[in-house]
Design a protein around this ligand. Structure first.
Ligand SMILES: Nc1ncnc2c1ncn2[C@@H]1O[C@H](COP(=O)(O)OP(=O)(O)OP(=O)(O)O)[C@@H](O)[C@H]1O
Ligand SMILES: [Mg+2]
Length: 369
């Protein structure tokens, strides 16, 4: 997978830019606040369908403007494509693929595959379960667009079920009449999502182990385990029919507790991914350096799984990560960067170990090679 060119107009501090990339390593180089991350955010938008920084679409539009535009030319093994997105302060975004209108972003998720890694990804290890669920959901959605649809359906059903629970005291009749329906729907989607997550975690653990073996010379062994909010064992969870039945029974068994809590208490929105190093939970016990290695390892695993599932390496987007890594991890990352195209940012000199680098100088929203 390769980015050929990105064009941006009135996107954050970029008034108008057209930036071309070479096949190997591309370095966006410049002082602070010049627009390095902004350009990565623009490229990454086409893979995630949203900002990797968690920004809302309206925040992209340059401060004094009403619209913004991004256009990406990229190629995979088979063909070249163009994706264009128009943002407007008062209208929904408009998406086109090769000049043809696309009605939903989810239709194009998975076409352009990129993996982003930035210092904040340390939060996958350090923060609460939602960061880890987000890591899983993004990684799996890139590989299986149907997963994203399933997640969207799950969230919709969850909202309906929660509404019903919240209103149960006022309207017990509606609750009794429809809770079985919503519970069955929720259990079905949850079973499907659980299966996909378990499959992904199995592959990610394999890749993470390889990565750590190479990065630390086998000194440390990571492992991953899915933590269910439902009471279920791994074997049953891997069988969607069985899982659906178990989930449904649990959702139908504790209505009073759920009404008291005012929300659905079990489901894939409550699950967690436990990341361990040498058997101990990394969130509580790993050192800062080990946590950094795990975050890097998880992201490189994401890229490796994408490469083995699709037959080609995704574009690796690295925002400001070199300055944060020690020599051992830096040299490991340099080695891994040879697998595909890399677009990275830095504001001070980085030693890329004599690799050929396309340096793009970034100054006040302008880009020159
Ligand atoms: N909607 C917007 N309109 C105009 N400017 C914006 C908008 N959003 C952000 N900016 C500006 O973009 C500038 C560059 O941001 P960016 O995050 O790309 O910097 P950077 O080059 O990555 O810097 P650093 O090295 O500090 O990470 C910031 O000064 C910010 O104020
Ligand atoms: Mg930045």
């Amino acid at each position: 997978m390769k980015v050929k060119k990105i064009c941006a107009e009135d996107f954050r501090n970029i008034e108008r830019a057209e930036v071309s990339f070479s096949d190997g390593i591309n370095l966006l180089f410049g002082a602070n606040a010049q627009g390095k991350t902004n350009l990565l955010e623009a490229i990454c938008y086409f893979s995630l369908g949203k900002s990797f920084r968690g920004a809302k679409d309206a925040e992209f539009i340059a401060f004094d403007k009403k619209t913004a535009k991004l256009s990406l030319d990229f190629e995979d093994k088979v063909r070249e494509r163009n994706l264009t997105i128009d943002f407007s302060k008062d209208q929904a975004r408009k998406i086109e693929q090769n000049g043809m209108k696309i009605s939903r972003m989810s239709e194009i998720i998975g076409l352009f595959r990129a993996v982003i890694f930035c210092p904040e990804h340390l939060n996958i290890i350090k923060e609460g379960p939602s960061m880890r669920r987000f890591y899983l959901d993004v990684a799996i959605s890139q590989l299986r667009p149907l997963y994203l649809r399933s997640l969207q359906r799950y969230n919709h059903i969850l909202q309906q079920r929660n509404k019903l629970i919240k209103n149960a005291e006022k309207d017990r009749k509606s609750f009794d009449a429809t809770i079985e329906f919503w519970s069955a729907q929720l259990a079905a989607e949850a079973a499907n999502i659980t299966k996909q997550r378990l499959r992904y975690i199995e592959a990610a653990e394999r890749e993470l182990k390889i990565c750590f073996d190479e990065m630390t010379g086998g000194r440390e062994t990571p492992s991953l385990e899915y933590d269910f909010s439902f009471k279920i064992n791994g074997e049953d969870a891997a069988d969607p029919k069985r899982a659906q039945e178990i989930f449904f029974n649990q959702l139908m068994s504790s209505h009073d507790r759920e009404i008291y809590a005012g929300a659905t208490l079990w489901g894939i929105h409550k699950d967690d991914l436990i990341i361990r190093l040498d058997g101990k939970n990394a969130r509580n016990f790993a050192s800062q350096g080990q946590q950094r290695s795990l975050a890097l390892g998880l992201k490189l695993s994401e890229a490796a799984i994408s490469a083995s599932n699709t037959g080609e390496s995704p574009v690796l987007l690295l925002d400001d990560v070199f300055s944060e890594l020690d020599a051992e991890r830096r040299s490991y990352l340099c080695e891994r960067m040879k697998r595909g195209q890399v677009i990275m940012t830095a504001c001070s000199d980085v030693d890329l170990q004599n690799e050929h680098v396309n340096v793009i100088e970034v100054k006040n929203g302008t880009y020159s090679s």
